[in-house]
Design a binder for this molecule. Structure first.
Ligand SMILES: [Zn+2]
Length: 73
């Protein structure tokens, strides 16, 4: 996986479907903003409406780690 992203979420192509559009989600760039900094991450994203799927464990865990890493600086 590219070093470009702080975080990426591996998923089986076609395993995640947008509730609204009923199309398979594709990996897409999502920009997290925290304390004035941008953090590009790669998440499953709907190619039609742009809705992003953020896995629960990521939302509650790894993003918090990013925040903590920043606060330590
Ligand atoms: Zn959609």
């Amino acid at each position: 996986m590219s070093q470009k992203y702080h975080e990426s979420y591996e998923f089986e192509p076609g395993s995640l479907v947008c509730d609204k559009c009923q199309v398979a989600m594709e990996p897409g760039e999502v920009m997290l903003q925290y304390m004035g900094n941008d953090f590009p991450i790669q998440m499953p994203k709907c190619p039609l409406c742009g809705q992003v799927f953020i896995p629960e464990e990521l939302a509650s865990g790894k993003i918090l780690q990013v925040e903590r890493a920043l606060e330590d600086k």
